[in-house]
Write a protein that binds this ligand. Structure first.
Ligand SMILES: Nc1ncnc2c1ncn2[C@@H]1O[C@H](COP(=O)(O)OP(=O)(O)O)[C@@H](O)[C@H]1O
Ligand SMILES: [Mg+2]
Length: 363
């Protein structure tokens, strides 16, 4: 017999919290999904400190749900509200505003991830330009070049790495805390898509919960010793980008653009954001550049040509190369075997990009 939501909530309601009440009446349980025998939900702590104290509760909740008849698997993710925002600077010429009450702890600076030498973010201003494609292929190409590579899918709203890397198994967690990431095509990878819901379900989370998930994927995943962790960012200049730059030091951000002006315009915004966050921009790549007709070999520049290189020059940033527009790229991505894992012109272009990043000491 399948378990019901009501049965799960009733069981969680019987857990007593150390300071009284239960997780349900205290409104800590979020995003509960029951699919067949698989139960998933989020425990949302009011603050990051409270989240630390709630590790035990997370385990108890998971065990409680797993013990219910009809439950085959249970997974509980702990998230926290972000700390209170820092007070805005007073306008010039005015004394700083007095802060009354509990003062928020000063924000800690970025801290390196143990065992990870370089963190390389793949970013763009706009969706659909091929960030995820570039991230997965670059990760595979770096692994083929002998680097120890991780791939973190930080596109928490629309994770695409499980599909692109061909991974669907849920990661295991022997102690209920450490998450053991799967390895695909020589790359250690992690995506929220592997932790929650099925891959076709868009994840609609609020900002603070997002940050909790990002924090978990950075801190709780057993990445092991890595030369480089490639991070596939969501499009734009939002919370995830900001939060990533605050939490870990980036070796750099690689900006992906298509040759179209509109994508370039967005790329400029992304570059401006990283500069403001003091994260180095390592350079620009032009994706969906030349299209080589698979039948006659004719080359056409469907979205224009040379725009990204010219823009890089204008901004004083390195142009790291052009990646061809090719049917095989999309097909390989959809099939879960990145094109960089094979041979051919696209794989060669990724191998060149990987060599360049290694030579420049970025990866
Ligand atoms: N160079 C390319 N040639 C052909 N198709 C591509 C190329 N780059 C990306 N695509 C396809 O374009 C779509 C969007 O790419 P994706 O990597 O998901 O973009 P983003 O992560 O920036 O939103 C995908 O279907 C992908 O397979
Ligand atoms: Mg993407």
């Amino acid at each position: 017999m399948a378990v019901t939501r009501e049965a799960v909530l009733a069981a969680l309601g019987r857990i007593t919290l150390p300071d009284g009440g239960d997780p349900v009446s205290r409104d800590l349980v979020r995003a509960l999904t029951v699919e067949g025998g698989t139960v998933r939900f989020v425990l949302e702590a009011p603050t990051p400190e409270a989240a630390q104290r709630m590790q035990g509760l997370r385990r108890v909740a998971e065990e409680t749900v797993r013990a219910l008849p009809g439950v085959t698997a249970a997974s509980v993710v702990l998230t926290a509200h972000a700390p209170a925002p820092a007070p805005r600077a007073a306008p010039q010429g005015e004394p700083p505003a007095l802060r009354i009450g509990r003062h928020p702890a000063p924000q800690a600076g970025p801290e390196p991830l143990a065992g990870v030498r370089h963190i390389l973010a793949v970013a763009s201003g706009k969706g659909g330009v091929g960030k995820s494609t570039v991230a997965s292929n670059l990760a595979v190409a770096l692994a083929r070049a002998g680097r120890r590579v991780g791939l973190l899918d930080a596109d928490i709203h629309g994770p695409s790495q499980p599909r692109m890397m061909g991974v669907s198994a849920r990661p295991s967690s022997p102690d209920g805390k450490t998450i053991l990431p799967p390895v695909a095509h020589g790359v250690t990878m992690m995506s929220i898509g592997l932790m929650l819901a099925d891959q076709d379900t868009a994840v609609i989370w609020r900002g603070p919960m997002l940050m909790g998930a990002l924090q978990q994927m950075l801190g709780q995943v057993a990445w092991g010793e890595l030369d480089v962790l490639v991070v596939d960012l969501p499009p734009g200049t939002g919370d995830v980008q900001l939060s990533l730059c605050q939490k870990v030091p980036l070796a750099g951000a690689l900006i992906v653009s298509t040759p179209q002006d509109v994508a370039l315009l967005d790329a400029r915004k992304a570059i401006a954001m990283f500069r403001q966050l003091k994260a180095p921009v390592v350079g620009l790549v032009e994706n969906m550049s030349v299209f080589v007709c698979p039948n006659c070999g004719h080359e056409s520049h469907i979205f224009g040509h040379g725009g990204v290189e010219a823009e890089a020059r204008r901004l004083g940033l390195p142009f790291l190369g052009a990646l061809p527009l090719a049917l095989e790229v999309r097909e390989a991505g959809d099939a879960g075997t990145p094109v960089a894992a094979g041979d051919g012109p696209s794989a060669a272009a990724y191998a060149r990009l990987a060599r360049r990043l290694v030579a420049e000491g970025i990866a």
